[in-house]
Design a protein around this ligand. Sequence first.
Ligand code: TYM
Length: 337
Amino acid sequence: MEVTEKRQRVFSGIQPSGNITMGNYMGAITNWVAMQDLYDCLFCVVDMHAITVRQDPKKLREQTLSLLALLIGCGLDPEKNIMYIQSHVPQHAELSWILNCYTMYGELSRMTQFKDKSQKHADNINAGLFDYPVLMAADILLYNADYVPIGEDQKQHLELARNIAQRFNNHHGEVFTVPEPYIPKVGGRIMSLAEPDKKMSKSDTNPNAYILLLDKPDDIMRKFKRAVTDSEAKVEYREGKSGVNNLMTIYSVATGKSISEIENEFAGKGYGDFKTAVGEAVVEMLRPIREKTEDVLKNKDYLESVYAKNAALASRLAERNLEKIRKKVGFVAKPRG
Ligand code: TYM
């Protein structure tokens, strides 16, 4: 008899709020691409998370679809992975409510992203913004994911998801898999090109601070030439050289070269040559992504078939797990038919 080993499961999500940066790509999506052949993966465009800050509805719709196209452009295969839109699978919201009742106010108050976003959106500190990490925990626990590929900024949220899973399991038996974060050693935290002590973020008001995946080559080269470094003119990875360290990290991810190989390559050379090389490597890395994404975006029917088919698959998996969870918490089984 043939023994078939069950593959481990991966879940990750990305918000369709604005354009996607090279930070998102290097911190998360490259690992999604690498994991798709080894695990059963679900990749979700999290539009419900996006509305925790005000969005223009028309733009949100467009960005959600173009992000799905971009993920395909990055090399994710919708035949191999379940790639879908969060709001199409209402079980995420239902589990989120249940998990709210297993999450402490104090835990949510400690979330650094909540503190940062409440400062940034002081006129709209809504309950969804506070509850954001519980919805994220629901995304992951709904599918019993073993691994969650993320950048470093999401580590605290994942730690919370683990705590919620353990708390629920303590009450009700082994219901949830306790998920592990999967963070790249190089590229887990890509910094702003303008203020290298800050994370690269698509919501930065200065467009020279970030590289977008769909930026044109000329813009990419210009942004790297302007990137903030220091006055030492030495391509070395060291404490206190956050601008240069960041560019070395980016070059390392784009070329596959190690940090010491990069130090050797640029020994005795100035920052001008180095920045040009980083820019060119990033242009080459992003070129096929831009071309493929443009192709996918031309075919709206294909895109719709992808998210429709995959939402049905996700929903089936989610419902199977949620039936168990409802029973564990004491809900009367839903009448069939
Ligand atoms: P989001 O949309 O802000 O970012 C998507 C992914 O990109 C990573 N990332 C970075 N990595 C390295 N350097 C950076 N500068 C950088 N900026 C962003 C993020 O860590 C993330 O992995 N809450 C999540 C979305 C989410 C999710 C989930 C993730 C919702 N549900 C379930 C995992 C599992 C978020 O806002 O990511």
